[in-house]
Design a protein around this ligand. Sequence first.
Ligand SMILES: Nc1ncnc2c1ncn2[C@@H]1O[C@H](COP(=O)(O)OP(=O)(O)OP(=O)(O)O)[C@@H](O)[C@H]1O
Ligand SMILES: [Mg+2]
Length: 466
Amino acid sequence: MSENNDTINNQEEEYEKICYICRRPESKAGKMIAMPGNVYVCQDCLQKTFDTINNSGMNYDDMMKMSGMPNMGMFGNMNYQDIDIPENQKIKKKKKVKKPEEKLDLRNIPAPHEIKHMLDEYVVGQDYAKKVMSVAVYNHYKRVAAGDQADVEIEKSNMLMIGPTGSGKTYLVKTLARLLQVPLAIADATSLTEAGYIGDDIESVVSKLLAAADNDVERAEHGIIFIDEIDKIAKKKETRSRDVSGESVQQGMLKLLEGSDVEVPVGATSKNAMVPQVTVSTKNILFICGGAFPELDEIIKERLNQQSSIGFAADLKDKYDEDPNLLQQVTLEDLRNFGMIPEFLGRLPIIFSLENLTKDMLVKIMKEPRNAILKQYEKLLELDEVKLEFADDALEAIAQKAMEKKTGARALRSILEDYMLDIMYEIPKDNNIGTVVITGDYIKKTGAPVIQMRGMEIPALTQQNG
Ligand SMILES: Nc1ncnc2c1ncn2[C@@H]1O[C@H](COP(=O)(O)OP(=O)(O)OP(=O)(O)O)[C@@H](O)[C@H]1O
Ligand SMILES: [Mg+2]
């Protein structure tokens, strides 16, 4: 008898419950109501049934006969075989992969130089940014670990990160959170609005973090929230209407940044009566805001030009026009002029900028990081036992093309993808191909890649694209 029960239990765990009426599985229809005899009915169907009964004035027993339900009035003598869901209609439950428990050990936070070292493996260049972030994160978690014991209250080290598009802002934060094994929520400032308006409430960023921490409040409270596109919530210059997505959002964020207890919905981004809520304290959550701040360089330039146009120090007006890293000279005043309110900036004590990516950096990005794009392609072809090589001038040509697109490192992938398509298509056709060398000429469309057959050293030109 007990063996029998076990097998039933096992089946229940492995297979999804299916609604007896509409035949939808539990994963689609929601929680099932169990009836005697292994029959399940979804809440929708049950509700519909009751509604129909109530509205029709019909007799309950008649109703059951009509909907094809087994006679519920006589649970006692039900025939189990009749009502079982047929074997071929059963749906196997998706296996839940249990993630290994990963957690930052607050007493053993890696030292700043170790954090930077780890970042170096993934992020090319941006040395200054990596250094600032490593120190800030280290201090932040030290502060968290010290908790209330510290007699001097250490302030939060929220950060504001400024950098051109595609220079690695989001990538840096993602890498950092992964290396530290803390939950990370990435929110977009453009989708946020003041509470009560269309768009996500500001607190939704915290519920995202809670979701990233698998609803573990304690873990979420040590997490990182990255708010991207922060420049898009600058104060609008001239508006008559209420600025619900700009200045108001900055104001709404003040409390979060500083640390407060917020009620957040669990498993949803907006509050309503149907979702449970928990209180999350943002006191120990690290906020990193990032944005490209277009036209901030104009503001900086204007200030620098003003400074240098008086007296002996007077400079040529276009002195700063060619400076690629103007953003690094940003001051609070510039950001205020851009439209960030002083209270907001005051809560982001660490302000730093990223460099513009140079051609050399782009080449390095292609080949050096742990998961560099070239390594990925090499691996793909290696599975076909083909060796893929890139000539130096090819990489340079690709980097040059990427520079022209002005979208930072993002352009690299799409450019490479373009050239690799033909290679990926042609190579598997011929089993004898041993090595493919992507040449600069192929990238410049003046030649073909060099293809070597297995065991032979004569290059044969087979590609005819151009
Ligand atoms: N310094 C870098 N080192 C290695 N890879 C980089 C670097 N910068 C960018 N990348 C690559 O480029 C991609 C895009 O970068 P990322 O998403 O961080 O840009 P972003 O600075 O956030 O730009 P945006 O302002 O448009 O959001 C990353 O996924 C990463 O693969
Ligand atoms: Mg980004």
